[in-house]
Design a binder for this molecule. Structure first.
Ligand code: ADP
Ligand code: MG
Length: 312
């Protein structure tokens, strides 16, 4: 191993820093953003030690209060990926944003996955065409990733389909634990391959089926919460755009309120910066409704899913 980036952490010996690096905490920012429980798990230490390690890392990266001006400077690094539809881009404030999570929920066939494909293609466009000249990581939990469809969209964008497929790293997750494990690999892939988009399609389905029994709701939400926090960290530390999907169950038993509330409930609500509800309209038409964005009005956009992909 080259230079040890953790060697200057006060109170952290060689053994501990080796363990941290082995567990994937190979830079100070990752440690500074970790929870005490995560560090305890990673290096099998007591809470006191974990607290010291985190505190040291926070001082080293100077992570306490910062001025609004500094936050503003950081926000300037935020970029956007076009969805292929001007109306949908406008709804999201200019496209899907890096360093945050965008969630789409909707019924089967509402085009959540189509949008995931389109973003995986569009992220590869040069910046002046609405891309980030980067690659994508695609975590597929429902076995619906279709390279043929991606190829079709790539050709329609004027890109070399072979190159486009080469820049999308796809993993099929078989259960929720596997899905969690795959996220660790994303960190490594992201650094080496200029990854600017992470897709998790769908975020919730495996958690839902793995924790479907009575009394399993709390552990499910806890695991999902932790998973989402890890996604958030990856996204912020690497300035990556994250797009996650969530299938909505039509609930005919519900008489009052919105019968299409997304699964995952409030947990997703807190983690995702942009949430939109997608629904099928006539023919190729789809309606996207934005919900709770921090600096945008709640509003709707209409777009189409065509042979070429997502369009106005
Ligand atoms: P979900 O929200 O369940 O992920 P999808 O993203 O899979 O839904 O959307 C599926 C829909 O996308 C299909 O019902 C069809 O309307 C549209 N679609 C898929 N492939 C094509 C294509 N090659 N040309 C036109 N429309 C397509
Ligand atoms: Mg889908």
């Amino acid at each position: 191993m080259a230079k040890n980036p953790l060697k200057d952490l006060p109170g952290v010996g060689e053994k501990t820093s080796e363990k941290l690096i082995e567990a994937g905490y190979d830079d100070l920012m990752a440690i500074a953003a970790a929870s005490i429980g995560e560090i305890c798990d990673a290096i099998e230490c007591g809470e006191g030690t974990a607290e010291k390690v985190i505190e040291g890392a926070r001082q080293a990266v100077n992570m306490d209060f910062e001025t609004a001006e500094a936050v503003y400077e950081k926000r300037k690094l935020v970029r956007r990926i076009t969805t292929g539809s001007k109306a949908l881009d406008d709804l999201l404030g200019g496209g899907v944003e890096t360093a945050s999570i965008t969630e789409a929920h909707g019924a089967f066939g509402s085009s959540k996955t189509q949008l995931a494909f389109q973003l995986s293609v569009n992220v590869q466009l040069p910046e002046e065409e609405g891309g980030l000249a980067g690659g994508a990581v695609f975590i597929d939990t429902e076995n619906t990733f279709r390279p043929e469809r991606v190829e079709q969209m790539a050709i329609a964008m004027g890109l070399d389909p072979k190159e486009v497929l080469k820049n999308i790293f796809v993993a099929r997750a078989y259960n929720s634990d596997h899905q969690i494990l795959l996220l660790d690999k994303v960190k490594d892939i992201a650094k080496e391959n200029n990854i600017r988009l992470l897709v998790v399609d769908s975020l919730t389905s495996l958690f839902r089926s793995d924790y479907s029994g009575r009394g399993e709701l709390a552990p499910r939400q806890q695991k999902m919460n932790r998973y989402l926090h890890n996604i958030q960290k990856i996204s912020e530390v690497n300035n990556i755009a994250v797009y996650i999907t969530n299938q909505v169950m039509a609930n005919p038993g519900q008489l009052f309120g919105d019968p299409t509330t997304p699964a995952g409930g409030h947990i997703l609500g807190h983690a995702a910066t942009y949430r939109m509800y997608l629904r099928k309209s006539k023919d190729q038409k789809r309606v996207a409704k934005l919900i709770d964005a921090p600096s945008l009005p709640d509003s709707e956009a209409i777009f189409k899913v065509t042979e070429e992909g997502i369009r106005d």
